[in-house]
Ligand binder design. Sequence first.
Ligand SMILES: Cc1cc2nc3c(=O)[nH]c(=O)nc-3n(C[C@H](O)[C@H](O)[C@H](O)COP(=O)(O)OP(=O)(O)OC[C@H]3O[C@@H](n4cnc5c(N)ncnc54)[C@H](O)[C@@H]3O)c2cc1C
Length: 472
Amino acid sequence: MTIIRSSIPEFEFSVPVVVVGAGACGLTAALAASDRGAEVIVLERDKRPWGSTSMSLGAICAVNTQSQRENGIHDSIDTFVADVMAKTEGEADEALARRIGERSGPTINWLSAKQGVPLQVDFKWTGLGHSVPRLHLPPGRTGEELLSLLLNACARAGVEIMTEAQVTAVYADDDDRVLGVRIQRPGGVVENLGCEALVLATCGYGGNHEMVARHIPEMAGARYFGHEGNRGDGILWGQALGAAVREMSAYQGLGTLAEPQQIVVPHPLMIEGGFLVNIEGRRFTHELANISGMCVPVLAQPQGIAWVVFDEARHQGCLEHSTDQRQLEEVGAIRRADSWEALERACNLPVGSLEKENADIEAVRASGASDRFGRCFDPRARPLRAPFCAIRVTGALFHTQGGLLIDENARVLRENGQPLPNLYAGGGAARSISGSRVTGYLPAVGLCMAVTLGALAGADAARLTAHSPTTG
Ligand SMILES: Cc1cc2nc3c(=O)[nH]c(=O)nc-3n(C[C@H](O)[C@H](O)[C@H](O)COP(=O)(O)OP(=O)(O)OC[C@H]3O[C@@H](n4cnc5c(N)ncnc54)[C@H](O)[C@@H]3O)c2cc1C
């Protein structure tokens, strides 16, 4: 990745804080910098900002928020840190988890109260590693809406967002101080922009097949279902400037991407009693043990295919709160039948297979014990009843979790722990708190790291540039 240290151009234009990437991280960073009085610009390669943020569910985990308090939820930073450490089996950086625990709540409160990005705690996504409800969603419950709200907030704050502006190189001096960036504009036009601080919000490297093969060989052949433009640019620039990286093998996966429709099947279908079978009609995993990690057992099944099995009542309940479920219905991804036998035929599954798995679940439910995978079925929940439904799914890579080593203010660090002079990273460009494996991803940590580190980076970049001499 290009770092240019000689023939530094005379920068005709300079902006104190330059942010690369207009996803949740970049836009939050820009809002935070602007809030502190810094002039800031966001550079985005796409014509229309989209990013993995728009593809997401828009759920952000956060601790001790106003919305949690209003709903009588007692959360604590210690509980969050314990949840992170349990999920990652002790692998996550505890100090970073604590910092995120401390700052995520104030960030959500600030976005909601001051920036017009309303985020409310959600009760549908419970458990799955969080001890208390702490996932926060925008009213429309989509990542697309989250991004629109952030873009509107930037417009109100007067933050300039330059689209069709792909950063292709970083200018730096011999001390690794960033001096500016080179931007590729439409029609082959190249522009140079000077800066005093650079925030890398370019997300991870899921769209860079060579990097995925190197760092996550188990997903080299799997589908990448994040934003294609996320090719690891920020991570590679950081490394080329002398920064350290951590946990590059970590990632967020999913085992329930509708195939071939490519729509995420909402997990509440399974939280509320649905189950998974492979194409031989056999269950093969604890469906709630690990959402992210489930991509591995799903991809290990024959043809890498499974079926999510549920019933009409669960479908109707899910329709109310899930755009994905509505889309699955609209595109005809849901197979329905009035009996198990008819559903088996509709899904080309062995005769008797679904009926047997369901009977086994009911026996386990009645006994109050856990099943052969360690899953307990709520004795108060209603058994699945006809009409029965199923959706064909596969596993996919959503989002990489390794990235640049950062300090408590999202400043990028060298291996010896010293910060680079004026470089920040957040969201998918920075290391996360997911440990080194797919199973360490706690639901909604991706956007939590995007907005929390974005807010920290933007605020500190504003502080740094307020005290540094102006360039250009
Ligand atoms: C289907 C799906 C569902 C998900 N659901 C959730 C969820 O509900 N909750 C959660 O916490 N996480 C979720 N995630 C993960 C979440 O989307 C990411 O963690 C988050 O969006 C990362 O934000 P970001 O700002 O770092 O990256 P992005 O939103 O991807 O933004 C990065 C931007 O940088 C731009 N860019 C890259 N390189 C350059 C360059 N050289 N020059 C200029 N611009 C560049 C890209 O075009 C992109 O717009 C989901 C992911 C997927 C794929």
